[in-house]
Design a protein around this ligand. Structure first.
Ligand SMILES: [Ca+2]
Ligand SMILES: [Ca+2]
Length: 496
């Protein structure tokens, strides 16, 4: 693959703008005509690696995400810092690890900083850009509830949360199982038209913003809700797939026999379907079809936004970053859920493309969503925010093979961490029990090798990356789905 690399300055020089770009006042000069890059920040809810360019599922059709990947760097070993919506977004937008903020469970936007001195000292990513001369605009699901309680200057709203609901559940109702907790989980073709889907509205809003004239450089956030449950989208997206030939994910019946007891307790999601149920009822194939179909629907709407950017005056001077907020199990390890520190729930798509950076390249180094904040700050040449815990990915955008000493850390609940290096996943739970997976031989994480002597040195090395601080649960952060955590949080009631 031929890769062309420009430095941003050489790109600016080629545009005859070097004298504008270089100089201490550049970051604050703020006029769109200075060519300070805009940022298009695309969030996708519950999207795992089932996108064409990542190869996570052989049948996945995501032509628009694929073309974005071809225009920049696709990270193939990127991970969320928490495997559910609220805390992963709180981490990305604050630039802080869950173990630093205590935000391990869901949290309403308006409580993100309440009685949390660590968060009170943090500046959300979009606000940081506003403080440095950017116009910030957002739509859809950017934080857990909406826009981070006003973290974007202009906000286009969030519509109907998960979209319209059919009168009756189509395929799945947690009440059948008398299980605790609620879930919107269901699947099948619904509603009639794309116009009824929230993501269509978000895409339209973003397209309109890209058609407007902006005097200042902008930071535009677009938060798509699919493929979050319910896996509903109009039928035409289901018709793109051949149900009978769709490949089911790898599944090992007794996979959980070699994991510690605490793993089964922490990662239990009682109201979600199990793979055993899905196999017995013949629903597994339809769940996989539905996840793929709604992902293709969402990808189409990303295409609208990318098309609008390409046709706009901002096409040559906009950084695009796309990220999924955490992964998802679709039958692997007998579960359909996020809520785990295994690879399926932590691995996410992450693409960064921008003027002056190489196109069509991939990077296999372990990185985290927490690295987006410092990366964008560096790419836009803003002054460094010293409070951030992530690492700028700019060195990897310049050279994806570069020596990279960092790991990706995923945390679920207090003091339960996964450390992802280039080849290994090391998990350590609050009670000291461990898992280790060797991804060179075991990409499905079927064989826990933590107790094997030959891996003792690997564990010793990975252990040094465990967070030194494990903050107590933040008062308003709550995990409502799991008895194990509910016991830990008896005093916590309110999270919305
Ligand atoms: Ca999510
Ligand atoms: Ca296993």
């Amino acid at each position: 693959m031929r890769v062309t690399v420009f430095s941003r300055r050489s790109f600016l020089r080629s545009m005859g703008l070097a004298t504008v770009a270089i100089g201490s006042g550049f970051a604050h000069s703020c006029q769109q005509n200075t060519k300070q890059p805009n940022v298009l920040f695309i969030a996708v809810d519950d999207l795992n690696d089932w996108v064409g360019c990542m190869g996570g599922h052989p049948d996945a059709r995501t032509p628009n995400i694929d073309r974005l990947a071809a225009s920049g760097t696709l990270f193939l070993n990127a991970h969320c810092q928490a495997p559910i919506c609220g805390p992963t977004r709180a981490s990305l937008m604050s630039g802080l690890l869950p173990s630093t903020t205590g935000i391990y469970g869901q949290i309403g936007d308006r409580f993100l900083k309440t009685e949390n001195p660590v968060m009170q000292n943090a500046t959300f990513l979009s606000r940081y850009f506003a403080q440095h001369g950017y116009k910030t605009m957002g739509v859809g699901k950017l934080f857990h509830s909406s826009d981070g309680d006003g973290a974007f200057e202009e906000y286009g709203g969030i519509h109907e949360k998960f979209g319209p609901k059919p009168e009756k559940r189509m395929h799945y109702d947690p009440d059948w199982f008398d299980k605790p907790g609620g879930t919107s989980t269901d699947w099948g073709p619904f509603p009639e038209s794309d116009d009824q889907m929230p993501d269509t509205k978000y895409a339209r809003w973003a397209v309109q913003k890209l058609q407007e004239t902006h005097e200042k450089p902008f930071f535009l956030g677009v938060g798509f809700i699919r493929p979050h449950v319910p896996w509903h989208a109009p039928k035409k997206w289901f018709d793109l797939y051949d149900r009978e030939s769709i490949q089911l994910p790898p599944y090992l019946e007794n996979d959980q026999e070699d994991v510690p007891e605490i793993a089964r307790k922490i990662m239990e999601v009682p109201m979600m379907p199990t793979t055993r149920w899905a196999k017995e009822t013949g629903q597994w194939r339809d769940i996989v079809l539905s996840y793929l179909a709604v992902t293709t629907f969402m990808d189409d709407k990303i295409g609208w936004v990318l098309d609008a950017l390409e046709k706009s005056p901002y096409a040559e001077n906009t950084i695009v970053v796309l990220w999924g907020d955490h992964g998802y199990h679709l039958g692997e390890k007998n579960r359909f859920a996020k809520h785990s520190v295994w690879e399926r729930a932590s691995k996410v798509p992450l693409i960064i493309a921008g003027p002056g950076f190489a196109k069509n390249q991939t990077c296999a180094k372990p990185v985290g969503l927490i690295d987006i904040y410092p990366s964008l700050v560096e790419m836009c040449e803003l002054e460094k925010n010293p409070g951030l815990e992530g690492h700028s990915l700019v060195p990897l955008l310049r050279d994806p093979e570069k020596e990279w000493e960092h790991v990706a850390i995923t945390t679920y609940g207090r003091n339960n961490h996964a450390i992802r290096s280039e080849h290994f996943r090391y998990i350590r739970y609050e009670d000291g029990s461990e898992e280790l997976y060797d991804h060179r031989k075991d990409p499905n994480e079927w064989h826990n090798v933590a107790d094997r002597d030959e891996y003792a040195d690997v564990i010793k090395r990975l252990k040094t990356h465990l967070p030194k601080k494990n903050a107590p649960w933040a008062k308003y952060s709550h995990n409502q789905v799991n008895d194990y955590f509910v016991n830990e949080q008896k005093s916590i009631k309110r999270w919305k």
